[in-house]
Design a protein around this ligand. Sequence first.
Ligand code: 2AM
Ligand code: CA
Length: 266
Amino acid sequence: MHPLVNIAVRAARRAGNVILRNLNRVDALTVVEKGRNDFVTEVDRAAEAEIIATVQRSYPTHGFLAEESGSTSPDAEYVWIVDPLDGTTNFLHGFPQFCVSMAAQYRGKIEHAVVYDPWRQEIFTASRGDGAYLDGRRIRVTKAKTLEGTLIGTGFPYRENLHYLDPYLAMFRAVSMKAAGLRRPGSAALDLAYVAAGRTDGFWELGLSPWDTAAGWLLIQEAGGMVGTLTGGEYQLGPHVVAGGPKVYEALIAEIAPHLTDELRR
Ligand code: 2AM
Ligand code: CA
C-alpha cells in the first residue's frame, strides 16, 4: 500500500470513530431541529479536524479542499479533497449509510483514494495504476452489457438542486423502465465505491460537490469502470456524474441524454 494511502486510511478511521461516537448522541438530540443541524456541523468539523491533523502530522506541506474548512494551500503539490461525513442526512436519522471520503491530488490529478464506511468498517482504497481494493481485496465493476437486470444507484435532487427535479424524474423514468432496480442510498461517495465493488452496476446524480465524487471517481477507474458527465464527456469533478461498467455507463448516458436541459448539458 502506498504510504499516502496508509496515512489516509488512518485518518479516515479516526474520523469514522468520531462519527460513530456521536451517532449515539444524535438520538438524544432529535427534538430541536436547529440543534440537530448545529450538531452535525460540529461532528463534521471534528471529523475533518481529525483528518487534517493526521495528514499534516506526516505531510505538513499538503493542502486541503474540505467540505467544512474549504480550501487551504490550494497551490500545494499535494491537495487532499475531503468529505469528513458524506451522507449527513442519513447520519442525522441514524440510517446506517454514510462514509468518510478522501482523495489525494498530485499537481491537479487524483492519484489516491480512500472511502471508509465506519458502520460496516469497510475500507475502499485505490492508487492510480494499482487497482481498487475493498479491505485489501481487489474489486472490479460488473460486466453487465445492457441495463437489463442491473441494479443502478442514484441520488434525488434536493435543496438547491430541486430545480433539476423535472429533468431528473424523466431520467428516473427512463432508467427504471430498463434496469432491474434503482437504489438511493444517500451517500454519493459510498454509492460510487459500490459501483467500483460491483455491488451496483452504475450510478448517476446531479448537483454534487468535488468532495462527494473525487475518491469514488478514482475507485471506479481503477476498478475498470467509467465516470463521466451527463453527455458522456470526460469527468472533471463537475456537479453531475454518471458512472458504471463501460457498457452500463454508455447505456445510462443514452437514457439520460434525451432529458437534459441547457443548464445540465454544460
Ligand atoms: P453530504 O451528506 O456530505 O451533504 C446525497 O444525495 C449526496 O449529495 C450526499 O453525498 C450528500 O453529501 C450530497 N449533498 C447533500 N447536499 C448537497 C448539496 N446541497 N449540494 C451538493 N451535494 C450535496
Ligand atoms: Ca458529501
